[in-house]
Design a protein around this ligand. Sequence first.
Ligand code: FDA
Ligand code: NAD
Length: 426
Amino acid sequence: MGRDFVYVILGGGVAAGYAALEFTKKGVARGELCVVSDEPVAPYERPALSKGFLLPEGPARLPGFHTCVGANEEKLTPNWYKEHGIELMLGTRVISADTRRKTLLTATGETITYKYLIIATGAQALKLEEIGINGSKAENVCYLRDLADATKLVNMMRMCTGVNAIVVGGGYIGMECAASLVMNKINVTIVFPGSYCMGRLFSSKIARYYEDFYESKGVNFIKGTSLSSFVFNSEGKVTGANLKDGRYLHADMVVVGIGARPNTSLFEGQLTFENKGIKVNSRLQTSNTSVYAVGDVASFPVKLFGDTRRLEHVDAARKTAKHAVHAIMEPKTVSDIDYLPFFYSRVFSLSWQFYGDNVGEVVHFGDFSGTKFGAYWVNNKRLVGCFLEGGGNDEYVAIANAIRLKPVVLDLGELERAGLDFVMAV
Ligand code: FDA
Ligand code: NAD
């Protein structure tokens, strides 16, 4: 059995949806494009799973958050793909790829042939077993990567009102899920080995603000240690956790967010890798000229900082996807990708955005006892990054514009005194 397409997108997540939309904008013909995804639903805005999807009242549900609503573009429902003559192969897992023969093999034995392939396979949640702890399969242990995980988490939350949850990990998933659990009236203890939450991005001062805020909502932080094992009942449900520092925590449910790993194994030994991802050039093209990689799997050149990065954030997925399609469909007019790293989160009534790079010296500004504050990062006398909680749209636009210019900063004290006025005046 075989299917033949000009363009194939492997993966059905954020990047796939944005790539599909871009293909239609560039005039792809009916029957030329195929999206292959092992998920049972059409591409959706994954960030909704840890936010709107988990709300106790009026939660977001599909088809409400199919791509590309997150960027105020069209909503690509399954019908949209049909109307545009795009083959959407859902529930279809690709089990091997041959970049020399330009073929993919599905779990059902079908061979898909392409002229151009876009790899958009994203990442998977790291499992507890990978750090030596058993229990991932217990019915009250939840991860959060896809719709099935989010549905399990919602069902657990409904059954667990008023009881205790342990959140393992103090990164994005841990912090966003902890807020949702609290909103669903569940008592939360977060456990992670670092000395403060969101250690990959926050300064300790920023982290302190969020930890205090969470504590005011009843969340308990246990830092500087991690899980050593779970305790199970006779039905195999987790009833508690032993920590490495000797403490024991009772648990009615557990949410795990200990990091992610890019889904690249199909291409090991066939393409060039960097930063645990598939290395691409400034046109998102891999070491094989017919194959492009976008989103969480792509390690791409970030011109602004003169290096190659793999970013696990939705804005990068959207923009790398769009750029790859431009490069494939209009190679003569495409320029090198020039991406400004952008991350955000929303929890409780809080909302922050970050642009650039968090390296160098940190200069905090604003009112850390109020609702609007932030931080700059200055590296080699240049402003390279900015975090802002509680900003308005014009301020975030000003930050993005300023960071792109990397203005010179000679006096950190002056920068601190100027606060947001500094970027507003750039
Ligand atoms: P994505 O994971 O979206 O899609 C990959 C697709 O490939 C999936 O459909 C998968 O099933 C499929 N696939 C993989 N292997 C396959 C195979 N062998 N065969 C067939 N299909 C296969 N970022 C941010 O900036 N702000 C935010 O608020 C959030 N919030 C957030 C919440 C949650 C719960 C998660 C898990 C992640 C976020 N993110 C985020 C990160 C963001 O969602 C992420 O960077 C993008 O989804 C990456 O898009 P991709 O398309 O690369 O992967
Ligand atoms: P993460 O890397 O943000 O956080 C991992 C956390 O696990 C860290 O706090 C780390 O200290 C902790 N940890 C590591 N080992 C541990 C251990 N043994 N015990 C307890 N804690 C341990 O990863 P994540 O939160 O799992 O997020 C997964 C993916 O989803 C990432 O790609 C992330 O970018 C993405 N995501 C992004 C957003 C956003 O951008 N707003 C939101 C949700 C998810």
